[in-house]
Design a protein around this ligand. Structure first.
Ligand code: FAD
Length: 453
């Protein structure tokens, strides 16, 4: 297939490539954030590594930069770019589990529900995100915060091996023995180094779990803060303690939803005692559940809503800041359906793995705090974005490194991306980038520019 016009008019693309005049083009360029409406030059739906190689070579021959679409959930819309060739991994969702070795091999376009569904019948799970329909690709490559963090660390810590198609169309396999630098870079450095066609993860045995949501009024912020500190001190293996600060749909007043997941078989009794005793609980649906139930707890956020997310990994969340964040939910109507998401870094997530380590740098943080503005009406764009930025400003003085979670950001500046890694890791990332993508063909990401440094 050839493009109709433009500089790449004479390029030959693999069969199945979609261009603007094709019926499947609009569906294939859909991305999670409804604010974005990008029109790639071509979208290649790839089902095999060979097809990815062909797509990368065709893009290079045509002089087109390459965007990589995994599960399509990047809020920044990095998977789809104007005038680029998109390597879409949407057809690469198969997962193979080896129950003896306790590892799972997943295609580069798999979603967490694919991995969870394949592992669960073997009594296994991979540390994944908390939404089943997000892609494993972007999530793993940016870090990966999920319920199993206290017992197994971040998702990227559990990435044992990756098959990668690099910018010159070569296929590289990276693991701890073979190209450990590439494995290190993939563990947090994003989609900068090539198209990952296979992720091989450590899977861990799981048992029955306990979880659910407990909702408190915003007025309980002070006492809840103390309970959260107690929870961390006495039960550090509670999975990813997560708070959503929002407005109550009933009263319009600030409310706090605590998402609880007990993933290590601990007795829920003492934990619930901390979270419930003498507390003004508005709702509580905590109950015994399976890992799959826990993965469904947060529900599904449909594609097409408008999003602007900004935040920081926090050195410390003190009582005063917590109170101010809760109050920020009552500020004015610009909050709309917005949410402040607070995720505590716990257990194994706080320790860098001792094998090859990770490019992910922010484990010394206590919380990952983000303002998530979510709205529907384009007329509210400026108001919603400015609310999220105001909340991020509140967080900034407590920021660990001056940057947020790259996977949650919408429009990170080059300075904030660099800050998220720190100087030493940044220089090492540049070195790996220069080796594998000296022309910055893979630039639609939290970009590590090879010419820098
Ligand atoms: P895409 O938009 O497909 O890709 C984003 C970028 O990742 C691409 O541009 C590319 O640079 C890179 N990429 C993706 N796949 C590959 C690949 N195979 N090879 C090379 N590069 C690739 N994060 C958490 O840590 N925990 C959570 O619980 C969590 N929940 C979320 C819930 C929702 C509703 C949303 C929208 C996001 C959530 N996130 C979470 C953030 C999530 O990690 C990012 O949105 C991530 O980018 C999603 O990956 P994706 O493959 O779906 O994204």
């Amino acid at each position: 297939m050839q493009l109709d016009d433009g500089p790449a008019a004479t390029a030959v693309f693999p069969p199945g490539t979609l261009v603007a005049s094709d019926p499947g083009y609009d569906e294939a360029r859909l991305t999670f954030n409804g604010m974005l409406d990008r029109r790639p030059a071509a979208i290649v739906l790839c089902a095999t590594t060979e097809e990815v190689v062909a797509a990368v070579r065709a893009a290079r021959a045509a002089g087109l930069p390459i965007a990589i679409r995994g599960g399509g959930h990047s809020v920044a819309g990095h998977g789809i770019a104007d005038d680029a060739l998109v390597v879409s991994l949407a057809p690469m969702r198969s997962v193979r589990v080896d129950p003896q070795l306790q590892i799972a091999h997943a295609g580069g376009g798999a979603l967490w529900e694919d991995v969870d569904g394949a592992c669960f019948p073997h009594g296994l799970a991979v540390v994944g995100g908390t939404f089943g329909d997000t892609g494993i690709g972007g999530l793993t490559l940016g870090g990966g915060l999920g319920w199993l963090m206290p017992i197994a660390g971040l998702t990227c810590d559990n990435l044992l091996e990756a098959e990668v198609v690099t910018a010159d169309g070569s296929v590289v396999v990276a693991n701890a023995d073979q190209d450990p630098d590439m494995l290190w870079a993939l563990r947090g450095g994003g989609g900068n180094f090539g198209v990952v066609t296979r992720f091989t993860y450590r899977a861990l045995p799981i048992g029955p779990m306990f979880g659910g949501r407990i909702v408190y009024p915003g007025s309980a912020a002070d006492v809840l803060f103390d309970r959260l500190e107690r929870l961390d001190a006495e039960h550090p293996t509670v999975g990813l303690p997560t708070l959503g600060l929002h407005r109550s749909s009933d009263t319009g007043q600030p409310a706090i939803t605590f998402l609880l997941g007990i993933v290590d078989g601990s007795d829920p009794g003492p934990i619930l005692e901390i979270l419930r005793r003498d507390m003004p609980v508005l709702e509580d649906d905590t109950r015994p559940m399976t890992y799959l139930d826990l993965q469904a707890l947060a529900g599904i956020l449909p594609f097409g809503l408008r999003h602007y997310w900004k935040g920081h990994f926090l050195r410390e969340l003190d009582r005063d800041l917590f109170g101010r964040l809760v109050s920020a939910m009552g500020d004015d109507d610009s909050v709309g359906n917005g949410l402040i998401l607070l995720e505590r870094l716990v257990g194994a997530g706080r320790t860098e793995p001792s094998d090859v380590g990770t490019a992910f740098a922010q484990r010394a943080a206590t919380w990952n705090a983000s303002a998530l503005a979510v709205w529907e009406d384009p007329a509210l764009d400026a108001t919603a974005i400015s609310w999220a930025r105001r909340v991020a400003d509140l967080l900034e003085p407590s920021s660990l490194m001056g940057g947020g979670y790259v996977n949650y950001s919408t429009d990170e500046s080059a300075e904030r991306v660099r800050a998220a890694y720190g100087d030493e890791r940044w220089q090492r990332l540049i070195a790996v980038k220069r080796r594998y993508d000296p022309d910055n063909v893979f630039r639609f990401n939290h970009n590590i520019r090879p010419a820098e440094g």
